[in-house]
Design a protein around this ligand. Structure first.
Ligand SMILES: Cc1cc2nc3c(=O)[nH]c(=O)nc-3n(C[C@H](O)[C@H](O)[C@H](O)COP(=O)(O)OP(=O)(O)OC[C@H]3O[C@@H](n4cnc5c(N)ncnc54)[C@H](O)[C@@H]3O)c2cc1C
Length: 457
């Protein structure tokens, strides 16, 4: 069987592996529009400085699908693989009420003692009979109110999320709670929390105050992993090497000029100017629902998508190392111009690693001007950094941008998915971001495309 996979990001590579597993003699061609494979996980190399930085997700986490996890783990030499013990590797803090909160990334509301917000949440939780689910197409306002009550939603969630996503709380989707990980709150001291931790409703909405003390039996049990030397691109290189050894053809730097959906025939042009046609018996689009729709010439304006948020990544090398074990820090506070910081020293466990990536969402006025200095000053003010002196800095715009987590976009995405499902014949499969209507996170996207490809093969 002759397969064409569109997109050479991690989804496309994983899909090719699944095809080979089902049929080792399959003829597979991967078409990638960029020079490099890997999509978001290709990272960036500053060759003159001999420096590498990841983009987007950095640490991998087991998906729970053993075959897939093994595939990812085996793609990197074991000497280079860091496998974090359960509960470590994704230690994340947040800025909340202008303070660096290291104990947990969930908002710590113990500071609101004797205040109406805390009282109102406690009353709300007491009245709840079941855990309100986080439905991605529903508004943040509705879901946060159902989970934590009106007082907290209006007074705490609204100003923070409206600042971060530059939309009103009614227009932001509840998906934003998953993006930021703000699915629970901290209300109680550890002793009280432990005494109530058997109660699943309580545990689903109230977090332990110190993330490092979560009892082992309550961890999800999935280990995180990372390549010490080469970061996320190491997984891309490893997956690709195996594919080329099995004669998978990779056409990178290639633009699709047209696609005949009935004949399954593509016309491609390479950046060198050559034009080829490529025919398949089965086609896998791994470039997500929007990427697929663009190749098909679908008019996306009919679906009402809002434009993605501007997403910039500031890569820096500090003069002084950043202490502490926080791999990530969320800037969910109107005080912060940045959205998320990645601290490579905590991920690579090398205290001499002085790289940070600082992600900035949106482009309102405070995020223009001296953005790099402003972000570093803010990190110093909350004592995340002892000094804002730098050895290297660069700021880059991500071309794909951050998907604005609005109710409208989530609705449009699910409508587009249904449209493609009805339109496409059985010999075309779609995976990647937006598959099944709302998939986004790396683990869910990979699990979906891996399983679906095995059946499709
Ligand atoms: C800005 C951003 C931040 C994210 N942060 C996180 C996070 O913190 N945690 C998390 O779990 N997930 C995160 N994600 C999601 C995660 O990155 C994705 O689930 C995962 O990387 C998807 O991999 P992919 O291969 O499906 O997509 P991509 O990495 O986007 O790869 C798609 C590939 O298809 C290629 N392509 C597209 N169109 C065409 C075409 N017409 N012809 C040929 N090739 C084409 C692209 O060039 C690219 O190489 C983030 C996503 C984005 C966009």
């Amino acid at each position: 069987m002759n397969y064409v996979i569109i997109g050479g990001g991690i989804s496309g590579l994983v899909s090719a592996h699944a095809l080979l597993k089902g049929n080792p003699s399959a003829k597979i061609t991967i078409v990638e529009k960029d020079k490099n494979l890997g999509g978001l996980l290709a990272g960036i190399e500053y060759e003159d400085e001999n420096l590498y930085f990841d983009t987007g997700t950095h640490i991998f986490q087991e998906t729970g699908n053993q075959e897939l996890d093994q595939l990812l783990l085996n793609s990197v030499p074991s000497s280079d693989l860091i496998r974090f013990p359960i509960g470590q590797g994704d230690i994340c803090g947040t800025v909340f009420n202008r303070n660096l909160q290291k104990n947990s990334h969930f908002p710590d509301l113990r500071q609101y003692k004797n205040n109406n917000i805390l009282k109102s949440i406690l009353k709300h939780l007491n009245d709840l009979e079941e855990v309100p689910l986080i439905r991605r197409e529903v508004s943040l306002d509705n879901v946060a109110t159902a989970r934590f009550g009106k007082e907290f939603t209006q007074n705490v969630i609204a100003p923070i999320f409206e600042h971060t996503f530059d939309l009103s709380i009614n227009s932001i989707s509840a998906f934003s709670l998953l993006l930021t990980g703000w699915t629970r709150v901290i209300l109680d001291e550890e002793k009280e929390w432990l005494s109530r931790s058997e109660d699943s409703l309580y545990r689903s909405l109230v977090a332990i105050p110190e993330q490092r003390n979560l009892p082992r039996n309550l961890h999800h049990g999935r280990r995180s992993f990372y390549s010490k030397e080469n970061g996320s691109r190491a997984f891309i290189e490893g997956l690709t090497k195996h594919l080329t050894q099995h004669d998978v053809r990779i056409l990178n730097d290639c633009t699709i000029n047209s696609f005949d959906i009935n004949a399954l025939e593509f016309s491609l042009s390479h950046s060198s100017g050559t034009i080829n046609s490529l025919r398949a018996e089965k086609v896998i689009f791994s470039n997500g629902v929007i990427g697929t729709a663009k190749v098909l010439g679908t008019n996306l304006t009919n679906f009402g998508f809002e434009k993605p948020m501007r997403h910039r990544v500031i890569d820096v090398v500090l003069r002084e190392p950043c202490d502490g074990d926080l791999c990530y820090l969320l800037g969910l506070d109107p005080f912060c111009d940045w959205y998320r910081v990645t601290n490579y020293a905590a991920i690579t466990r090398d205290s001499m690693d002085r790289r940070l990536s600082i992600e900035v969402l949106g482009d309102n006025e405070s995020k223009s001007g001296n953005l790099i200095q402003n972000c570093l000053d803010q990190l110093k003010e909350i004592s995340f950094l002892s000094s804002s002196d730098l050895e290297f800095k660069n700021i880059r715009d991500l071309p794909s941008g951050f998907p604005t987590p609005s109710v409208q976009n989530l609705t449009s995405m699910s409508e587009l998915w249904l449209y493609l499902k009805n339109l496409l014949p059985k010999n075309i499969m779609v995976g990647g971001i937006g598959a099944q209507g709302d998939l986004f996170f790396q683990n869910e996207v990979l699990e979906d495309i891996y399983k679906k490809t095995l059946q499709f093969a």
